[in-house]
Design a protein around this ligand. Structure first.
Ligand code: SF4
Length: 80
């Protein structure tokens, strides 16, 4: 009886859609690929084809996802 290895998904897809845009966390405007899962931002990575950053993304750019998902983000006006 032959032993078969179980299939392990070591790199499952993190998104169902990728949008190419630029990072606005500073003035460099690096190219980014924004991964969307169910219409929400799931992951941000550098765009390898962009002439400014060539795929490199700094920590500030990577944390850009927090502009959308941070629990401390204001969701309503503070004054009526
Ligand atoms: S990835 Fe970093 S260096 Fe590039 S635009 Fe964003 S904050 Fe600026």
């Amino acid at each position: 009886m032959a032993h078969t290895e179980p299939f392990l998904e070591t790199s499952p897809p993190v998104s169902d859609e990728i949008r190419k845009t630029t990072c606005y966390m500073c003035a460099c405007r690096c190219g980014i690929n924004v991964h969307l899962k169910d219409g929400k931002v799931a992951y941000i990575e550098g765009n390898r084809d962009h002439p400014v950053n060539k795929g490199v993304l700094c920590a500030k750019g990577s944390s850009g996802i927090m502009q959308v998902t941070a629990p401390s983000r204001l969701r309503a006006p503070l004054k009526r």
